[in-house]
Design a protein around this ligand. Structure first.
Ligand code: ZN
Length: 210
């Protein structure tokens, strides 16, 4: 009840512009109407220290946003910061379903190699076929040579595992070590939602694809 009364108050008090900002923020993942309103109030009270820097940061990212043509990561440069990092071990390649998985693994700082984002997972139900994913590009990267190990870091879901099996078949003919995350991963678990300890454990205990 209190929530509803609060919302009605803001509706009546706020201009169209502020209402639109609240609604835009409320559509972001992890935010709802209530936290969106709080964020808007916070920004309005701190125009110099919060609103302007946020605006500038959003604008910079919006101007330079690009998808990495090598790995599929989303960044403000192409090649992305990870692909350009000379400290990365290019001999190991970690294949993930989504950019969020790449970021989750990269946050764990346990994988020193390069990444490849498929852009989804195979799904008969949703009609996602191999040609809908960045699989040919992955095969081309491996075929180009210089890669010793490919880690299939798919989610521990049925579709993730189907995708891993398909990739294992496509990569079979190359002289590489093919590994996958250990199944300390909870069944149905999605990488992005795992705590870093679990993720680190799964990566450390990765095993050959059978
Ligand atoms: Zn990249």
């Amino acid at each position: 009840m209190a929530e509803q009364a609060d919302f009605a108050y803001l509706r009546a008090m706020a201009s169209q512009e502020i209402e639109e900002l609240s609604q835009a923020l409320a559509r972001l993942p992890g935010l709802g109407p209530r936290s969106a309103r709080r964020a808007v109030l916070h920004l309005m009270k701190r125009r110099e220290s919060a609103l302007q820097p946020l605006l500038a940061a959003l604008q910079r990212v919006a101007d330079r946003l690009s998808t990495c043509s090598t790995c599929g990561n989303v960044d403000t440069s192409d090649p992305c910061s990870i692909c350009r990092d000379p400290r990365r071990d290019e001999k190991s390649l970690c294949v993930v379903e989504e950019v969020a998985d790449l970021w989750a693994l990269d946050r764990s700082r346990l994988f020193p190699g390069a990444f490849h984002v498929l852009g989804g997972r195979l799904s008969a139900l949703e009609g996602v076929r191999p040609e809908d994913l960045s699989i040919d590009r992955l095969v081309a990267r491996v075929a180009a040579g210089g890669i010793d190990e490919v880690v299939l870091a798919m989610n521990a879901t049925l579709e993730g595992q189907t995708t891993a099996h398909y990739l294992a078949e496509r990569l079979e003919r190359f002289p590489i070590r093919l590994t996958q995350l250990a199944h300390g991963l909870p069944v149905g678990g999605e990488l992005d939602y795992l705590d870093e300890g679990t993720l680190a454990q799964a990566l450390r205990a990765r095993r050959p694809v059978d």
